[in-house]
Design a protein around this ligand. Sequence first.
Ligand SMILES: CC1=C(CCC(=O)O)c2cc3nc(cc4[nH]c(cc5[nH]c(cc1n2)c(C)c5CCC(=O)O)c(CCC(=O)O)c4C)C(CCC(=O)O)=C3C
Ligand SMILES: [Fe+2]
Length: 477
Amino acid sequence: MTSDGRTRPRRRIVRNPPAAVGPARGIDRCCSSQNLTWIGTRRDRNPYPARCWSHGATDRSLGRAHKIAASVGPYCPESGRWVPLAQHSCHPAALRQAVGGGFRPPEPVCEDLSVTTTAQLDPYDAVILVSFGGPEKPEDVVPFLRNVTRGRGIPDERLEVVGEHYYRFGGRSPINDQCRELIAALRTEFDARGIATPIYWGNRNWDPYLADTLHRIGADGHRRVLAITTSAYPSYSSCRQYRENLFDATRGTALQVDRIRQYADHPGFVAASVDAVSTGLDRLATDGVDTERTRLVYVTHSIPAAMSEASQRATRGYVSWHRTVMAEVTRQVSARLGTDYQADLVYCSRSGAPGQPWLEPDVNDHLKSLAGQGIGSALLVPIGFISDHMEVIYDLDTEAAETAEELGLDFVRADTAGVHPAFIRGLVDLALERAGAARGQRPDQSVIAGGEIGAYECPADCCLNLRDPDRPALCQR
Ligand SMILES: CC1=C(CCC(=O)O)c2cc3nc(cc4[nH]c(cc5[nH]c(cc1n2)c(C)c5CCC(=O)O)c(CCC(=O)O)c4C)C(CCC(=O)O)=C3C
Ligand SMILES: [Fe+2]
């Protein structure tokens, strides 16, 4: 039985090199829906599957695949696992035993290996970038906001206010273009590392919708999918809500979706933030500001206090993660520039009823209090977000910048990680790490000093959905 409850037909195992010459490139059954491509000039020279083009399994006896897939065995449909080659019934060692030592493994054949291999990301045969989504034209704005707030009781007045933020920018959020750029950068990094796994894209709240993309992934013959989300921290909004939407979107498919761990405290994301802070301070200095006394004001999305507390059940929590990232970025920047910078953590984009407690202080209130303390300059560092989407360009670059101007405060907003090379390399490292873990290996798990290694599969009570605690979610144990 597979994890989705279906029974797979037993695969025919070639125990002996067939005497008859098969097709140069043949097809064999691997499991219910997937085929194996045989690669080799003659089937008798190469009597086991070279690569399952659905699973990306490669046969180690083949030239290039050997280099790329040194530690990876083929997918074994009987056990439903990826098995080390030496233990696999198709492996020369096993075959040799089976035929009493009379078997000689075939010569490596690589001239036909025109198919690219996905070996390093095995067992995943597709990657999906999972993002929030945003409108691309004015007519999209209201339907998008309805999608975002479905079932959450956000009053229409709030939607109108938020809608205005979008109309101010022509009804187009930058987030989708940023996802396109991110995918292109990941593709380049994959290619540089010889990873041929396709990268798809699906959003929770706007086209391309998660469900559509996941159905396409299935239709393209893939089964095991690795999700990379554009959200880096634990909490219901930034973690479980994505997993709930993934659960809904995979219904009716045979896909198994895993995700990389929450990555804000990965050295790649932090390195990008360190660069962003240094560059931001440079910009202030170019404007003639004495940056030794500039306050580093780290900003993230406010969430309800209850949601923040719920995020502490199974992880150190939303706030603690931000504090760890902030401390490490500040430490590295201070060391690099030889100044001990002071830092604060503040919040933006609060919504919800006025009486409901959300994380504070609000960025605008905080700028006022800094000005009141006689601080002359602030660098706003949006560590809560990975790209300059609407929260950043409206809540920070528009609103907070206006506040700073009114206060006469010198003010620069630092870049988000975007497609910073260290960030991109970090995401690919995290994907490889997750794949290694899925193969039963114990991959290196990089994390900054004091950081917490996020779970690949969250405990059931992690980042609880307080409105609907029983709502099912993926990537959960
Ligand atoms: C933690 C967090 C992140 C960071 C993690 C992540 O990246 O996911 C984030 C990102 C984003 N939030 C976004 C947009 C919106 N968020 C809303 C509402 C809310 N966000 C919340 C939290 C977060 N949000 C919460 C607790 C609410 C209240 C309602 C609820 O409990 O769900 C609303 C409804 C109107 C309003 O209330 O403001 C909108 C339109 C966009 C797209 C921007 C674009 O279009 O460029 C992005 C990237
Ligand atoms: Fe939001």
